[in-house]
Design a protein around this ligand. Structure first.
Ligand SMILES: C[S@@+](CC[C@H](N)C(=O)[O-])C[C@H]1O[C@@H](n2cnc3c(N)ncnc32)[C@H](O)[C@@H]1O
Length: 300
């Protein structure tokens, strides 16, 4: 049984999400990233008894937790434990043909980051896991201990945008020859010894970019984002909106490019000319929101 911990996840840009979605009574809304259920809860309040929220998450802990916290809405929500890239198959399996709105809030929930057992956090010791879906075989432990120096360099450079990727990968390969790297803090210590001097004047944590890279690779995040956004647009009713919240430039670029292509093809209209970001107030209350960028497009 899952151990219950007192973490919370504060939904990012909540007012903006609700305002842009134009929810009305009877709306069918897709929440592709259920997480802590914060965005879903606001959608459920607006759709009325005849509406429906389809809540997807590939993390079973998230689904189980939200089932508890949104119990009073249980007749209006369909839970799906799956990857959001499978949206076409998911909608077919639950008999939904079209959507009146969709929200994707990418990245990790605080439940995932704060639980050291999940291995996402470079500040707490835990197993090098980083799988969002525990049914998946590949974990960060496999990547760190089995992949060649060249492949590790590419992953850390491409997905972490780490300038010192080669140094980081070489240090990992040297260290694992002596002893397999099993935990998050063991990896942080390897990175510190290799990159310490390079990071002495930087604000960002020495391991942040490498951890981001491993997480993106392990969960195949960028391909999933691209497939999900492209496929979801096919199911939007005319006038329905897709809202996407990204947390790093790699994701945001993918979303921006898909929206542009769709505008060129006459399928979508951009609602947010520039990404909407949290204000100082929100960042003060929820520092994790600081890198969020929200984009909205509408089906023509
Ligand atoms: C930032 S959280 C969402 C928080 C949510 N909007 C809220 O208000 O509580 C992102 C969630 O998306 C899930 N997720 C990430 N990639 C996914 C994918 N490819 N398919 C399905 N769920 C995914 C994660 O497991 C996580 O629970």
């Amino acid at each position: 049984m899952t151990e219950v911990k007192n973490y919370t996840h504060v939904p990012v840009l909540l007012k903006e999400v609700v305002a842009y979605l134009n929810i009305t009574s009877g709306s069918i809304i897709l929440d592709g990233t259920l997480g802590g259920g914060g965005h879903a809860r606001e959608c459920l309040k607006g759709i009325g008894a005849n509406g429906r929220v389809i809540g997807i998450d590939k993390d079973l802990d998230a689904i189980d937790r939200v089932k508890g916290s949104l119990k009073k809405f249980e007749d209006q929500i369909t839970y799906v434990h799956d990857d959001f890239r499978n949206i076409a198959r998911i909608l077919k399996s639950i008999g939904i043909e079209m959507l009146d709105g969709a929200i994707f809030d990418f990245g990790m929930s605080s439940f995932q980051v704060d639980d050291e057992k999940r291995g996402f956090c470079f500040l707490k010791d835990g197993p090098l896991d980083m799988r969002m879906d525990s049914r998946q075989e590949l974990s960060a432990n496999d990547v760190v201990n089995k992949f060649s120096k060249e492949v590790l360099t590419d992953i850390i450079k491409e997905y972490g945008e780490e300038r010192h990727a080669k140094l980081a990968a070489s240090a990992i390969v040297r260290a694992r020859k002596k002893k397999r790297i099993e935990t998050t803090l063991e990896l942080v210590s390897v990175l510190s010894s290799a990159l310490g001097a390079k990071y002495s004047r930087q604000k960002i944590h020495i391991a942040a970019r490498t951890f981001q890279a491993l997480r993106i690779y392990v969960n195949d995040e960028l391909n999933a984002v691209e497939e999900a956004v492209k496929n979801t647009i096919r199911f939007l009713n005319p006038g329905a909106r897709i809202i996407v919240i990204s947390f790093h430039s790699l994701e945001d670029r993918i979303v921006k490019n898909i929206f542009r292509e769709m505008v060129k093809d006459g399928k979508m209209r951009i609602i947010t000319k520039k990404p909407v970001c949290p204000g100082q107030d929100e960042i003060m209350k929820n520092p994790r929101s600081r890198s969020a960028k929200l984009r909205v497009a509408e089906r023509v």
